[in-house]
Design a protein around this ligand. Structure first.
Ligand code: ADP
Ligand code: ZN
Length: 530
């Protein structure tokens, strides 16, 4: 029996390795560098814990695990203690005395796995201690968890991770393993470059979570839609509802509570003690619905979360994937439900446009937002789209909303041209731009006060779009914004303007395909019926 398998059985009490674990563990225990991409629940922890134990037994000393989350460190160290493994953490929750004691044991090479936050690892004091271990051949391994945090292209950039390059430069011979559950091609390349992992062997698992059924709906009355979704599909189930702002978290939690649901708010603006109590209730009790900002979730391991709902659109697919990935860790059926609308697109665009970042960075962020929007507007299999984004080919899944209820598609190119010419004519006639509502009134031939006040009922485009519903026109507009054929000017009341990209649509070089906004049963209802 290999030493790794022996450790798996004796220390952790599991019979067999899962998926690529054996290959990763052998590679790292043998002194190689590795970049591990594995979905949540795939079993990443053992990929560095077992090499650490094997190498400690062979006399290589201490493994250092870099982790951004205190709660996660505590959980892991607690579980390792129970398994009889010498593990400890160094973080701000320790008193100075306790920290000194951990350091002493570490320097004596007595600790197998030492967990520390990135900002601690790169302090001169800690590096001096690592130097001492290294000189005596007692530095066995570096594990860098949540490695996507090193990339500004990822969805959770933490500048402290940048300083981790020092590990490679200073301790070149010590094996390193970097792990993440969410990284698209760009983020992956950035991890390799930033952490100097050019020579690391990549281990890429499938990102598919077959038990999660994806469904995305167009927002009409988002909170009512959410309530209907929970009441019909997930009465009594534990779930997470993600909202964009703290205010909205509070409102939605209160609304769900008045409807008899056990819903609790969670966001970074709440008092720490209350937030902790809500988290504890979510973990310990059954059927609690956590309404939260994205501050909630990382490092929270609750196996029976039956649904994750997004009431507002996240900023990119990596974030969406990471957040929906918290559903169904136990492998049983779970739902990922999202509602999105024009306002989401406008808001996200505005946040990018108004951020102080460099233009290059904004371009990348816009591209990532567009990819998410394309997923939302997709008329084919969501899973194929989602996995495709992470570079993985797959077949239609048969259990997402689009597979179960293929949406009707209509060609919105003509409507798009009408919209664009209206924006153009209004701008020409009045010398200023207008917002979406006004433009739609003109198109649909509604002589509102504002329309007549500006003489817009005299425009040649007045009423030419009367055949389209407002919802249809909003869909068209969403697409136009997504493909960059219309710009939203956040500095001027979200008015709409033509862009260089408008021309391709006006000339008919680019078509606009839309899904018919029909109310279809969600994946789970259909599953239950069949
Ligand atoms: P990740 O960090 O990738 O989300 P974890 O390391 O937390 O995943 O592992 C998820 C769960 O799977 C844990 O409960 C872990 O104990 C279990 N697990 C991991 N590897 C195995 C294995 N080879 N056999 C059985 N259970 C495993
Ligand atoms: Zn599908």
């Amino acid at each position: 029996m290999s030493p790794s398998l022996a450790v798996l059985r004796e220390v952790f009490g599991y019979e067999q390795f899962r998926g690529p674990q054996a290959a990763i563990i052998d590679h790292v225990a043998g002194g190689g560098d590795a970049l591990v991409l594995m979905p949540t629940g795939g079993g990443k922890s053992l990929c560095y814990q077992i090499p650490a134990i094997v190498r400690q037994r062979a006399g290589h000393g201490v493994a250092v695990v870099v982790s951004p989350l205190i709660a996660l460190m505590h959980d892991q160290v607690g579980a390792l203690h129970e398994a009889g493994v010498e593990a400890a953490f160094l973080n701000s929750t320790l008193t100075a005395d306790e920290a000194r004691q951990v350091e002493r044991r570490m320097l004596a090479g007595e600790i197998t796995l030492l967990y520390a936050a990135p900002e601690r690892v790169t302090t001169p004091r800690f590096l001096a201690q690592l130097d001492s271990l290294h000189q005596r051949g007692l530095l066995s391994l570096f594990a860098i968890d949540e490695a996507h945090c090193v990339s500004q292209w990822g969805h959770d950039f933490r500048p402290e991770y940048r300083a981790l390059t020092v590990l490679h430069e200073r301790y070149a011979g010590v094996p390193r393993i970097a792990l993440t559950a969410t990284a698209d091609a760009l983020t992956r390349a950035d991890i390799v470059e930033r952490l100097q992992l050019e020579d690391a062997q990549p281990f890429v698992s499938s990102f598919d979570r077959p038990n999660i059924a994806y469904g995305i709906v167009e927002k009409k009355d988002a909170t009512a839609q959410l309530l209907r979704f929970i009441e019909t599909e997930h009465a009594g189930d534990a779930g997470v509802v993600y909202c964009q702002s703290r205010k909205r978290v509070e409102e939605v939690a209160a609304m769900l509570a008045t409807r008899g649901l056990d819903a609790l708010p969670y966001h970074a603006g709440m008092e720490a003690g209350l937030r902790q109590r809500h988290q504890d209730r979510f973990l310990r009790e059954e059927g609690v619905v956590m309404v939260a900002t994205i501050a909630f979730g990382m490092g929270i391991d609750k196996p029976d979360v039956r649904f994750v709902a997004h009431l507002d659109m996240p900023k990119n697919i990596e974030g969406y994937y990471q957040e929906t990935g918290r559903a169904g860790r136990d492998g049983l059926p779970a739902d990922a439900w999202m509602a999105y609308g024009l306002q989401d697109v406008v808001n996200q665009r505005r946040m990018i446009d108004e951020s102080p970042a460099a233009e290059e960075f904004k371009q990348v962020m816009r591209g990532k937002l567009d990819a998410l929007l394309a997923l939302a507007e997709a008329t084919d299999c969501r899973r194929v789209r989602l996995l495709g984004y992470f570079g993985e080919a797959s077949r239609p899944c048969g259990n997402c909303d689009n597979c179960l209820n293929p949406p009707q598609v209509w060609d919105g190119t003509e409507a798009a041209r009408m919209l664009l010419s209206t924006i153009y004519r209004v701008q020409q006639q009045s010398g200023i731009s207008f917002g979406a509502g006004h433009l739609m009134d003109i198109l649909r031939g509604k002589a509102t006060d504002k329309v007549t006040q500006h003489g817009h009922e005299k425009l040649s485009t007045f009423g030419i779009g009367a055949a389209f519903s407002e919802a249809q026109l909003r869909g068209v507009l969403r697409q136009l914004i997504a493909v960059g054929a219309v710009a939203v000017d956040a500095q001027a009341f979200n008015t709409l303007q033509l862009t260089a990209g408008s021309r391709a649509v006006l000339r008919g070089e680019q078509t606009i395909q839309l899904r018919e906004g029909v109310a279809t049963p969600t994946a789970a209802t259909k599953r239950r019926r069949t």
